[in-house]
Design a binder for this molecule. Structure first.
Ligand code: DX5
Ligand code: ZN
Length: 224
């Protein structure tokens, strides 16, 4: 089942609870939360205290995307704060296995994220211990960027590897997803679709989620 996961990065941060309720009404079951440290990416966002507040404000699953150097220093704290799914970037951790084990032992689903320029081959050994792989479809750091088409080649590659090795991880895409290109991403094999500006910068976030869900469900039916 394909899911549209609104990213609150593009929401009005002073009205987060309301922004979450609106997309829940549109059928969202998860919320994507972007954590940026000003080092790995040239932007700074939020940390565990805000995630704890969001946790208290909603029962939706929290999909927390860490774009921070040395993620191991903070993983247990993010899980305690309420992350149900937690992803670290392959590029930020020398000991990727340790980071993924730490996410799992802390009690969240473990994901590994890769930048557009990072090959899938860098993940081959860990695919059997991850719950999901996040393929960045823009360079991380900002909402509202343009989708990079070649990244879908990596989604197709992951689908192939998963099938050949009988694995079970899910595939998430993040960045530049819109009503126009969501179908293509789903046909490539993406199952968790993050959408920030196309939801929150539309006039009607609830309807935007509904429309993207509809388009992705139709694409699922025509998947080859
Ligand atoms: C970018 C973030 C994304 C961002 C996506 O670094 O990881 O989650 O919110 O925003 P859009 O959908 O506007 O590209
Ligand atoms: Zn993200």
């Amino acid at each position: 089942m394909v899911e549209i996961i609104p990213s609150i990065l593009s929401a009005d941060m002073a009205r987060l609870a309301e922004a979450i309720e609106t997309v829940k009404a549109g059928g969202a079951t998860r919320i994507h939360v972007d954590v940026m440290d000003g080092h790995f990416v040239p932007n700074i966002t939020i940390g565990p205290p805000v995630i704890s507040s969001i946790r208290r404000a909603t029962d939706l699953l929290l999909d927390v995307h860490l774009m921070i150097e040395e993620p191991d220093r903070f993983i247990p704290e993010f899980v305690r704060a309420g992350a149900d799914l937690l992803s670290v970037h392959q590029e930020t951790t020398t000991h990727l296995d340790r980071s993924l084990q730490l996410i799992r032992s802390s009690g969240a689903e473990a994901g590994v994220a890769i930048n557009p320029a990072t090959p899938v081959e860098t993940l081959t050994t860990v695919l059997e211990i991850v719950d999901f792989v996040l393929v960045m479809t823009v360079n991380p750091g900002f909402g509202g960027q343009k989708f990079i088409p070649y990244t879908l080649g990596k989604v197709r590659q992951l689908v192939r590897i998963r099938r050949e090795n009988n694995l079970a991880f899910r595939i998430e895409v993040d960045g530049g997803l819109t009503l126009e290109n969501v179908g293509e991403a789903v046909r490539a094999g993406a199952e968790l679709i993050v959408a920030g500006s196309s939801v929150y910068h539309s006039g009607d976030p609830r309807q935007a989620v509904e429309q993207m869900r509809k388009a992705s469900n139709e694409a699922t039916l025509s998947r080859i």
